[in-house]
Design a protein around this ligand. Structure first.
Ligand SMILES: *Cc1c(COP(=O)(O)O)cnc(C)c1O
Length: 224
């Protein structure tokens, strides 16, 4: 784990330098899905401040086991409305807001939990190939809803690059959408993009948050 972490940190440093950016401008979110709570604990000891999870059932248990660990929890997976109440109890940021109904569910859940939730609009950049995300045309409407919600804070945009093709055009498109968004919502500067295989391309295009799992933790079957 330490070696994987060092390797990924060095890739981020190289990519930010190549883009004329500062390494501190990119936050590493270590995606701990499939890995146990003990790994979250260990990652925190190695200086990791942010972890990502994509399934509520797995994440809620881990977050409870790690209540004493000082990390921020990012929910990055497709989110069913009926899970909003649970996610609002432990997540600090939800990256996968892709429909108005979910904004309303998260807002009332956050109010009920007495918490504030950072939120990103997930944009679908693969023309409906099933990796989730709102159509680019609906970003302004969702952003306005998030900004107006009482317990939610609009932070920016998230995307997953299309599989099996050059990720660069998708990340450029996301950067353009982000620039458009920031004209209306200057506070919404996060761009969550880039994973183990494409973090360099994402950072070149302006990603502020990369979500990296397998390059640090390796591959394993889902936890049951
Ligand atoms: C699993 C996952 C990641 C991490 O992917 P790796 O290729 O293992 O780095 C990033 N983002 C999302 C939305 C994921 O589900």
């Amino acid at each position: 784990m330490a070696a994987g972490l060092a390797e990924v940190r060095s890739r981020i440093a190289t990519a930010t330098a190549a883009a004329g950016r500062h390494a501190d401008d990119v936050t590493l979110i270590v995606v701990t899905k499939f890995w146990p709570a003990s790994d979250v604990r260990l990652l925190a000891r190695f200086g990791v401040t942010d972890v990502g999870e994509n399934r509520d059932q797995e994440a809620s248990g881990k977050a409870a086991e790690c209540a004493d660990v000082d990390v921020a929890w990012h929910f990055i997976g497709q989110l069913q409305t009926n899970k909003a109440r649970s996610v609002a109890r432990y997540a600090d940021v939800v990256h996968s807001v892709d429909r108005a109904h979910l904004v309303r569910a998260l807002d009332s859940a956050a109010v009920a939990a007495g918490r504030r939730l950072g939120c990103l609009v997930q944009v679908g950049l693969d023309h409906g190939a099933g990796r989730g995300g709102a159509a680019p045309e609906s970003v302004p409407e969702l952003a306005d809803l998030l900004a107006a919600a009482s317990a939610l804070e609009l932070r920016g945009l998230m995307a997953v690059a299309p599989l099996d093709s050059d990720p660069r055009p998708a990340f450029e498109r996301l950067a353009k959408l982000s620039a458009d968004l920031r004209r209306e919502h200057p506070e919404a500067g996060w761009i969550s993009a880039g994973m183990s295989g494409d973090l360099e391309a994402a950072i070149a295009a302006g990603a502020t948050h990369v979500r990296v799992g397998s390059a640090i933790l390796g591959h394993r079957a889902p936890l049951r």
